[in-house]
Design a binder for this molecule. Sequence first.
Ligand SMILES: CC(C)(COP(=O)(O)OP(=O)(O)OC[C@H]1O[C@@H](n2cnc3c(N)ncnc32)[C@H](O)[C@@H]1OP(=O)(O)O)[C@@H](O)C(=O)NCCC(=O)NCCS
Length: 151
Amino acid sequence: MEYRLVPMTEGHIPQIAALEAACFSRPWSESLLRDLLGSRHSHMLVAEGADGTVLGYAGLTAVAGEGYIDNIAVAESCRRQGIARAMLEEFIRRGREGGLAFLTLEVRASNAPAIALYEKLGFELAGRRRRYYDDPPEDALLMTLEFAGKE
Ligand SMILES: CC(C)(COP(=O)(O)OP(=O)(O)OC[C@H]1O[C@@H](n2cnc3c(N)ncnc32)[C@H](O)[C@@H]1OP(=O)(O)O)[C@@H](O)C(=O)NCCC(=O)NCCS
């Protein structure tokens, strides 16, 4: 599948909100996405098809030398083609080059595809937040990729 990674713009917001609604029980709204777009700490990346369709997106917040992966999703029909991996690899590259100490994220304990993705990219289990999620209630796993001392 042909796509390119581009910075998120205002024009992507309705499609990203639709993807959020398709993927998550508590989806981000268009206004929240707009706030993130305006934040200087936030890096929002879109995988865009040849016709401008949003195939996937991911968000990274970098504050005080620490990186937090806010969210990542790929349209169901476009999964297992390396799009999420490409977006995360871009954040890993930026994190390393930008001197972040680590990247961290939370994931539903039952979300096997996402956990497999993060493990493949070198994230390691760092902890568990009990009943962190609602709808349905579930623990979050904390996963972290440390940069310090690693090439
Ligand atoms: C998790 C998600 C983002 C993965 O996106 P994707 O583009 O399909 O992932 P990739 O194709 O880059 O996968 C890279 C690797 O991750 C692992 N992986 C991804 N999906 C997997 C699955 N369903 N089962 C097992 N492993 C999986 C594999 O190791 C895969 O490599 P491979 O295809 O060579 O075996 C996607 O399934 C999604 O959008 N899910 C719904 C939203 C979500 O749960 N987001 C995470 C919130 S924390």
